[in-house]
Design a protein around this ligand. Structure first.
Ligand code: ASP
Ligand code: MG
Length: 450
């Protein structure tokens, strides 16, 4: 059994859906996970915001646009005669139901119900289309087997139980379901956060368990650097789970950051594939990466650095614990952290409760906050055999305004914090040092591309 996940851009119009259908029907045993067609969830988010502000007329306008998108897609896929109307009955019903609900008061359950329509309608159209071509695929309702617990996190065992109840112990055949959506612990419709279809795919991969999870997008896998800022980037053929997890967080927006753990815990490889170039190998993420070397550089902007300086920290115990508990109270994750005897620097990427956090931290000492910073991370085997790797990498960025360095947390990365405006230059500089000068430098460790 394999899991295949298709992202919104791979399902962006009828042509793309038909290409995806060709890929699906090549398989005999698979569970297909669909995102919403591209742009749909964004529009639903906008509709929900308007609904919340009681701007219903504007919400209905956006809804009309969305309906037209699906209408056009159905026309293009089925032709006007293949079905009784331009929209399959069920899709039409969804839009009538949304219009009906918008007349009622907004609440968060209503919003989550609305957001789930993107995946539900898209998956219905694709299943209908594949079956209309004479191939078989069975549509499954993800809300019957993807749920989260009281901590809002999904559990693989629960998903396995739910899936087995529907498909039996060793399912065979083609199935198609929705990414992103789930039930919460109280049975309300919820979701796995934006981009969460990747997460659905690896959770299903772990629950089955599948032999492989394929994540299909419209790019050729993870690249070694950010192509928006750096020329001559290349796709990485192999990544370890740990490297993929680092990169998923640090701005390589191809994978949902949470989606790596279900696969790595259950040792199920993830293959990132390109729907535009299905024969290309893509990027394989597995425990088996055996080449050594530096794999990639990535950056994430919009970072805030918080520094707490306090003489009371010297020789005190429990100090960090008390600082961290403030971040916990405001549900704000800390990403990079460095400490000295009398100071702690840390970064957050969610500034929502920054003022509250800052004001509570002042009880411990002097606090300073710097926004508009970027985290740059070098991923790969930064420790293996070459003791001077880290030194030389850091030496290569000595001209930049480095605010924090984190090294040794894992053998897989070195993290550097610089002002946001230096992000492009530092990415280019690292690219030159790590990936372009390798022949000149004759350093086998610099590059891991085969
Ligand atoms: N449709 C959702 C989103 O746009 C989930 C996903 O695409 O993975 O975030
Ligand atoms: Mg995505």
């Amino acid at each position: 059994m394999k899991v295949m996940k298709f992202g919104g851009t791979s399902l962006g119009n009828a042509r793309r859906i038909s290409d995806v259908a060709d890929l699906i029907v090549k398989e005999t045993d698979c569970i297909v996970v669909c995102s919403a067609m591209s742009g749909v969830t964004n529009t639903l988010v906008d509709i929900a915001a308007l609904w919340n502000r009681r701007r219903i007329k504007e919400a209905e306008k956006l809804l009309e646009m969305l309906k037209n998108l699906f209408l056009q897609t159905c026309y293009d896929l089925f032709g006007s005669t293949a079905l009784p109307g331009p929209l399959p009955g069920s899709v039409n019903d969804h839009f009538n139901e949304i219009t009906r609900r918008l007349k009622h008061d907004y609440d968060i359950n209503g919003e989550n119900w609305l957001l789930a329509r993107g995946e539900i309608i898209t998956s219905e159209i694709i299943a209908l289309y594949i079956n209309s071509r004479g191939d078989k695929v069975k549509w499954l309702n993800a809300l019957e087997f993807i749920s989260t617990g009281p901590d809002n996190e999904p559990a693989v065992n629960e998903i396995r139980t739910g899936l087995t109840a529907i498909l039996g112990e060793s399912p065979r055949g083609r199935f198609l379901t929705q990414g992103y959506i789930c039930l919460d612990s109280e049975g309300n419709i919820s979701n796995l956060q934006r981009g969460g279809s990747d997460y659905t795919a690896t959770l299903l991969g772990a629950a089955l368990p599948a032999g492989i999870v394929e994540i299909w997008t419209d790019i050729d896998g993870v690249r070694n650097n950010d192509p928006r800022f750096v020329e001559n980037t290349f796709p990485i053929r192999e990544l370890s789970f740990d490297e993929a997890a680092e990169l998923a967080y640090f701005g390589a927006k191809i994978l949902h950051p949470s989606c790596v753990w279900p696969a790595s815990n259950n040792n199920i490889p993830i293959n990132l594939k390109n729907t535009m170039e299905p024969e290309a190998p893509g990027t394989l993420i597995s425990s088996g990466r055996n080449r050594k070397g530096i794999t990639a550089v990535a950056a994430k902007e919009g970072i805030t650095v918080i520094r707490i300086r306090s003489d009371r920290m010297l020789n005190a115990y429990g100090f960090l614990n008390r600082i961290f508990s403030i971040f916990e109270k405001y549900k704000t994750p800390i990403d990079v952290i460095t400490t000295s005897e009398v100071a702690v620097s840390l970064t957050v990427d969610n500034p929502r409760y920054l003022r509250e956090i800052e004001s509570e931290l002042t009880a411990f000492g002097t606090v300073s906050v710097e926004s508009r910073q970027a985290i740059v991370c070098v991923v790969g085997d930064v420790l293996e055999q070459h003791q001077d790797r880290a030194v030389r990498i850091l030496d290569s960025v000595r001209h930049f305004n480095v605010k924090m360095i984190s090294f040794g947390g894992s053998r897989n990365n070195i993290t550097i914090v610089v002002p946001e405006e230096e992000r492009k230059d530092i990415l280019c500089s690292l690219n030159e040092f790590l990936f372009e000068n390798q022949s000149k430098a004759n350093d086998s460790w610099l590059i891991s591309q085969s």
